[in-house]
Design a protein around this ligand. Structure first.
Ligand code: NAP
Length: 487
């Protein structure tokens, strides 16, 4: 049980939205019941619709059961959590509608105050403005911004400048929920607490790196949002770039927020800007066509209900180069797509082969060592090593074995990434959140590719729903003599 001193008010704008019900409220339920939130803390759900307390609690209960599952839901724990829940109706654009929220917050003006903007980015400015106008921003306030922060450098800057009119940079928590996953944080533990990896983590020893985020789901009723963004803006520019930074960054001088984020920014600034020729050769974009997932037919991206003509990619793959001493000549291959055969995310560090094999002529094939970091569906780390097959054969026969590097779980339940990140906001620890210059550096690099795509430097390919993506993605790595790690 944790300390009971995390006393705060957490205000969720967009509190009846999908993210809030799916992730934020379940995370707060667990934090509250785990003792990570003071019993006096309040969770203030801001919804557009007027709703009585009983009706609201019934809705939250129903959604908790839906998203936690019956095995995780506990009636007694819910009743405990319900005491902390409040609901207020606010229309973001209407100053008068903030009256009840103000009344509630003004009861505890000195309290730590977390404003979670679980809304489209179009509302970040107006909500911040209203909070400021109503004197609801104090030195103890923080604001959490959900992705996407803009759709290019220009719009990201505009959002940041607007929000910075009301909050200081150290009060702004730009969330990327991938950074809340234990296995993602474990990349730092693995790299910076094991001497074993230290001399191996560079261009002398690593052949290439692959980062894959593959989703079998489609746009799930969010076509209006997704079609404005696509795989590059929705996944690569943020989640995959953050993973790349953790793999590629230099050791920070400490674990404090700015030391870690300084090193990540250096990686982003070292990304080789793509020339038009690089965009043609090193990027792939594609849209899924009708196919089948888990044996059932699914329509193509442009064929579903409410969908229309679109030039938005649902799949992107790229070869990225990092121009610095450590990574000179080491390709980082990134890919992400919707309606793929499998739902999984992983990072594969492919080491170089041994300089000379004494086994090659004896019928043994030596596979290059790989470190496979799986982020979902299960979180695990495997080191693929060669080992002798036991036995009396006169030939030394080898096989690849997996060394599992997973930390033993000391609790039955693994906390969700949002639990970790919300707790970090409560504790004022911004290490796992993106700083302004990180967001901007990632957009600066991605904008060049998006511009090239808008000029049709790369044709839009097609892939069958339920496949591994377009064949152009296989060619992307094959032209360097590589293949995707697909197991
Ligand atoms: P959503 O389901 O559309 O929720 C947004 C909420 O904002 C809705 O409940 C909506 O109220 C409310 N709202 C909209 N306009 C309003 C207004 N003028 N006044 C008051 N309330 C208003 O969206 P979401 O999926 O939760 O996503 C929220 C943000 O998180 C988005 O930026 C999204 O990109 C990001 N995100 C979402 C997920 C996810 O899994 N859903 C994952 C990562 C990031 P009504 O219900 O009355 O319309």
């Amino acid at each position: 049980m944790a300390a009971m001193d995390n006393l705060c008010d957490i205000v969720i704008f967009g509190g009846h939205g999908d993210l809030s019900f799916r992730k934020l409220i379940p995370a707060l339920y667990h934090l509250s019941n785990g003792g990570y939130l003071s019993v006096l803390s309040r969770v203030i759900v801001v919804a557009r619709k007027e709703m009585g307390r009983e009706e609201h609690l019934a809705l939250v209960r129903e959604k908790l059961i839906e998203f936690l599952g019956f095995d995780q839901f506990d009636e007694t724990k819910f009743l405990h959590f319900a005491q902390q829940l409040h609901i207020v109706a606010v229309n973001f654009d209407d100053e008068h509608s903030y009256r009840d929220l103000k009344e509630l917050l003004d009861l505890h003006p000195q309290r730590e105050r977390i404003n979670y903007l679980s809304t489209a980015p179009d509302f970040f400015t107006i909500i911040s403005f209203m909070l400021s106008r109503l004197d609801l921003i104090t030195p103890h306030s923080r604001v959490v911004l959900e992705k996407p922060i803009g759709r290019d450098l220009y719009s990201a800057r505009a959002i940041n400048i607007e929000v910075l009119n009301y909050f200081e940079e150290n009060q702004i928590y730009r969330i990327d929920h991938y950074l809340g996953k234990d296995t993602v944080q474990n990349i730092m533990a693995l790299r910076f607490s094991n001497r074993f990896f230290m001399p191996l983590w560079d261009a002398n020893n690593i052949d290439h790196v692959q980062i894959t985020v593959s989703e079998s789901v489609g746009v799930e009723g969010r076509w209006g949002y997704y079609d404005q963004y696509g795989a590059m803006r929705d996944m690569i520019q943020n989640h995959l770039m953050q993973l790349l930074c953790l793999v590629a960054m230099e050791p920070p001088c400490s674990l404090d927020a700015d030391s870690v984020r300084d090193e990540k920014v250096k990686v982003l600034r070292s990304l080789r800007p793509m020339s038009p020729a690089d965009i043609e050769r090193h990027t792939v974009r594609a849209q899924y066509a009708a196919g089948s997932i888990n044996g059932g037919p699914v329509p193509g991206y442009r064929e579903g209900e409410g969908m229309q003509e679109s030039n938005t990619e649902t799949f992107a793959a790229l070869r990225v180069d990092i121009d610095n001493w450590r990574w000179n000549g080491v390709p980082f291959y990134l890919r992400s797509g919707k309606r793929m055969r499998r739902q999984y995310s992983e990072i594969v560090i492919q080491f170089k082969g041994i300089p000379h094999s004494i086994f090659a002529n004896k019928g043994s094939c030596i596979s290059q060592n790989k470190l496979v970091i799986s982020l979902q569906p299960k979180e695990s780390i495997q080191l693929k090593l060669m080992n002798k097959i036991p036995g009396l054969s006169d030939q030394m026969r080898l096989q690849q074995v997996d060394l599992e590097l997973n930390a033993p779980l000391n609790s039955a339940r693994k906390p969700d990434a949002y639990e970790r990140l919300l707790l970090d906001v409560i504790r004022s620890n911004p290490t796992l959140f993106m700083r302004l210059d990180e967001v901007e550096a990632a957009w600066k690099w991605a904008d060049v590719i998006l511009q090239g795509w808008s000029e049709n430097l790369v044709p839009m390919k097609s892939y069958t729903a339920g496949s591994e993506g377009p064949s152009a993605s296989i060619q992307l790595v094959a032209q360097d003599g590589e293949s995707w790690h697909d197991e």
